[in-house]
Design a protein around this ligand. Structure first.
Ligand code: AN7
Length: 405
């Protein structure tokens, strides 16, 4: 639909063609963004859009009418009203959008449906990524669906079990790197250039086009009202940038009149974006040895930091960090008060909310949407570490009764 888009550098404004395989600006190495001519976009086709999920909003996606999407029905995730959790935190208006209910169990599917559709359009010989887990699981699935070879590099021993299982089952060629995620991304970027593979980490601007639909769904579910604040975990910093873009587009089109305060949460042991935000800096200082139990966001050199810092500052939001203990507590609370099972990184959003309310940065009557990015079953090993182990019992009614009640 939106054939009339441009790929543009956010720093120097250089433009690249749709056929060009480019991830950062060839002139200044700045991040790229997909730009539309919003005056050409029919607002009715956004507000009255039919269908479900990411492709419902294809008028705001970079493809023409005839493109056949590579899709497994991603998006259209529930937005839960969470009154019990709100009460326990001492706030009045809380929703959780559970992105863990995407087909692969994380929000990455939104980016991959668009990214792999683009890969097919370009006719690439293979797709590749570095990953803390969810990106690789999602890419493996979409590559399988499209029939394209898939290569993934994972930091050895640092990826949750469910995610590796998915990449293995769906047929990706997996390498376990003696290094961390940042090493893996650095290496895969070089190999994608040299070996002509298509890179599908979130530095690829097409990925973020799919992920921005989280904002469209939130606003639509709230009957075209904009929440005061959106809180989400930040790793490579793509998702917060994408969601901000989604809200910005709705405002540009005159569908809404505000943008939520974009609030990014990192783990205490991996918080370069938080540091840059608090120090008022434009650029992050990469961390050599990021560490957290929230392995999805164990990232020291987030590639989309410049976009994320702009999103947070421009929307009047905040970046804050939480400890592994706070993440675990929030994961348990969300599971037990609301029945929402998430992996540790996702619980960082709830932990961040609690902390920011406690220190008075968030007003108690704000309308808040937390994005929970990945499903509980992604990381069963963590559950075994933090929950009580089931007790063994003889197959006898009285023995069971004695231990049960
Ligand atoms: C559950 O899979 O980076 O800030 O390689 O899996 O957009 O990077 C995962 C990231 C949050 C952070 N929550 O999102 C990967 C990867 C979950 C995640 C993030 C990730 P970004």
């Amino acid at each position: 639909m939106s054939e009339a888009y441009k790929v543009e550098c956010i720093r120097c404004g250089a433009r690249f063609s749709k056929e060009d395989i480019v991830y950062t600006c060839r002139k200044c190495d700045g991040l790229l963004d997909i730009k539309y001519d919003y005056s050409e976009i029919d607002v009715e086709r956004v507000v009255e859009a039919k269908g479900e999920g990411v492709w419902k909003y294809r008028v705001l996606l970079p493809f023409d009418e005839n493109t056949k999407p590579v899709t497994i029905n991603e998006g259209n995730t529930p937005l839960y009203r969470c009154d019990r959790l709100a009460k326990s935190i001492g706030i009045t208006n809380l929703w959780v959008k559970h992105e863990g209910l995407n087909p692969s169990g994380s929000f990455k599917d939104r980016g991959m449906t668009v990214g792999v559709t683009k890969a097919v359009e370009l006719g690439v010989k293979g797709v590749a990524c570095a990953s803390t887990g969810n990106t690789s699981a999602s890419l493996a699935i979409f590559a399988a669906k499209a029939g394209i070879p898939c290569y993934v590099i994972l930091p050895k021993g640092k990826v949750a079990l469910g995610k590796v299982a998915q990449a293995m089952m769906h047929g990706a060629k997996i390498l376990s790197l003696r290094g961390n995620f940042d090493d893996a991304l650095r290496i895969v970027r070089v190999l994608c250039e040299e070996e002509k593979l298509y890179l599908l980490n979130s530095v690829n601007p097409y990925r973020l086009e799919g992920q921005k639909t989280i904002a469209f769904e939130v606003v639509e579910k709230l009957e075209w009202e904009v929440p005061d604040r959106v809180i989400l975990p930040v790793g490579n910093a793509g998702n917060i940038s994408a969601i901000f873009k989604g809200f910005s587009e709705l405002k540009t089109l005159g569908i809404t009149d505000s943008i939520p305060k974009m609030t990014g949460i990192q783990a205490e042991g991996a918080k370069p974006v938080v540091n840059a935000f608090k120090e008022g800096k434009e650029e992050i200082i990469p961390e050599d040895k990021p560490e957290t139990i929230a392995s999805a966001i164990r990232i020291g050199n987030p590639v989309n930091a410049a976009k994320a810092l702009f999103a947070i500052r421009d929307s009047g939001g905040i970046a804050e960090s939480v400890t592994d203990g706070e993440i675990t507590e929030a994961q348990l609370e969300l599971a037990r008060l609301e029945g929402i099972g998430v992996e540790p990184a996702s619980a960082a959003s709830i932990a961040g909310l609690k902390k920011l309310v406690e220190i008075g940065e968030i007003e108690r009557d704000e309308g808040i949407v937390c994005i929970t990015t990945g499903h509980l079953l992604k990381d069963p090993e963590r559950v075994i570490e933090i929950c009580e182990t089931p007790k063994e019992v003889d197959a006898d009614v009285d023995a069971v009764r004695k231990m049960m009640i």
